[in-house]
Design a protein around this ligand. Structure first.
Ligand SMILES: Cc1cc2nc3c(=O)[nH]c(=O)nc-3n(C[C@H](O)[C@H](O)[C@H](O)COP(=O)(O)OP(=O)(O)OC[C@H]3O[C@@H](n4cnc5c(N)ncnc54)[C@H](O)[C@@H]3O)c2cc1C
Length: 382
């Protein structure tokens, strides 16, 4: 059993942290308040190879291993969770789905442009009446000669505003299909941008598909294989969401510990008070436990083994640690933790979303329970 990072992984980690500290952290408050993600941030991320992080060199990807990619998302989230999840949506949900299920023609058409950041990806599964129960989608894919017509409404599509490519899930004659739908496809309209409690620098939009016409050749994977495409994408994304939880929680501890050494009450820094030390120590212990679970799950995925149960474990734990730690670090900072002029309020709001995005915690518990009972020959349904 080897716990040490390789020399390359250490080098990458330093590079990710430098980028986050120089290019994102100084602007994180401003972009949160302005509720936007300036495109130059994504351009700089693309120049570093982050938008093709795990794609092969053939497509101008950085070909990072899973642990290094988790450290990238962790570092970005330490500065700004919105930037981290914008990148993770693009890479884990869309680009990697094309790499895993795409034809050579689909890979050639999209992957290089995605690695360069010329095309940003979005994942369009959720609908007004189909959230946790993703297989209940009402969007239809109707064959029309060599084309297919997509009709339906997708909600909360992350990156919707800035996406050049939508991975759309729709019911076809043989079950759920996945389609690659370019933004300029006739009949696709990006609509309402949803205001949110956290992740305010990320874009979540409603997407309308009205007789949206795409070639049948844009189907990703076989007929009726869309649900498998979605599940595999969400398993990859689960590790990225947990890595984002690790990043935001670890940074929250850093910020609160620094604050505690500077804030003086009763004549001494509050860091000298045992209650404060306990909060910080407990938070650190949870962060360290999460760190090894994230890296281990990423490593497991790299081995090409099935990691769907582990993905749910790490996603549920990552969301919990991020929420608990940021909550306690608000308490360490007292009223300053609640003030929008200090970074903890944003971290707390952002961390809250990690238990929803990529499937709610309850659904991940169901999958963990299914796994536990299946090992004991008992089948349960959600
Ligand atoms: C910030 C954000 C970003 C998102 N980005 C995207 C995106 O880019 N693309 C996309 O397609 N979707 C996206 N989603 C949708 C997200 O995946 C869904 O919110 C999620 O699947 C849950 O659906 P719902 O919100 O409709 O909740 P519901 O399904 O209505 O669930 C409500 C509550 O009931 C619980 N529940 C439901 N069924 C069960 C069950 N069987 N057992 C136990 N509890 C259950 C849930 O856990 C939850 O607590 C995003 C959501 C958010 C909040």
């Amino acid at each position: 059993m080897e716990f040490a990072l390789s020399e390359d992984q250490r080098m990458f980690r330093n590079m990710f942290r430098d980028f986050a500290a120089k290019e994102i952290a100084p602007r994180a408050e401003e972009i949160d308040h302005e509720e936007t993600l300036p495109q130059d941030i994504l351009r700089k991320a693309a120049n570093q190879g982050f938008l093709g992080a795990t794609l092969p060199e053939k497509y101008f990807g950085a070909e990072l291993d899973g642990v290094s990619y988790a450290m990238l998302i962790e570092a970005l989230a330490g500065a700004c969770v919105s930037v981290a999840l914008t990148v993770a949506t693009h890479v884990s949900l869309v680009a990697m789905s094309i790499l895993e299920h795409g034809t050579d023609a689909q890979k050639d058409e999209w992957l290089e442009a995605m690695a360069a950041g010329e095309v940003i990806g979005a994942f369009a599964l959720t609908e007004p009446e189909a959230g946790s129960d993703g297989q209940a989608i009402a969007t239809r894919a109707t064959p029309d000669g060599d084309d297919v017509l997509l009709n339906g409404v997708k909600v909360w599509v992350g990156n919707g505003e800035i996406a050049g490519l939508f991975l759309v899930f729709a019911k076809g004659p043989e079950g759920i299909d996945a389609y690659l739908v370019p933004r300029d496809a006739p009949g696709l309209t990006v609509g309402y941008r949803e205001p949110t409690l956290g992740l305010r620098s990320m874009f979540f939009n409603t997407v309308y598909l009205e007789d949206c016409q795409v070639p049948s050749a844009n189907r990703l994977g076989g007929a009726g294989e869309g649900w498998t495409v979605a599940q595999k994408a969400l398993d990859r994304f689960a590790i990225a969401v947990a890595a984002a939880g690790l990043g935001v929680a670890a940074d929250a501890v850093d910020v609160a510990a620094q604050f505690a050494t500077e804030r003086v009450q009763f004549g001494v820094p509050i860091a000298k008070k045992q209650a404060i030390q306990n909060y910080i120590a407990e938070a650190h212990i949870e962060v360290e436990a999460l760190r090894y679970l994230v890296y281990r799950t990423a490593w497991l995925a790299d081995q090409g083994r099935d990691f769907s149960a582990e993905a749910s474990v790490v996603k549920a734990f990552g969301a919990r640690v991020a929420r608990n730690v940021t909550n306690r670090m608000v308490q360490v900072m007292g009223g300053y933790g609640f003030m929008e002029d200090y970074p903890m309020a944003r971290k707390y709001r952002d961390a809250r979303m990690l238990g929803l995005v990529g499937g709610p915690t309850e659904l991940h518990y169901v999958r963990v329970a299914q796994h536990i009972f299946a090992e004991r020959d008992l089948e349960i349904t959600p």
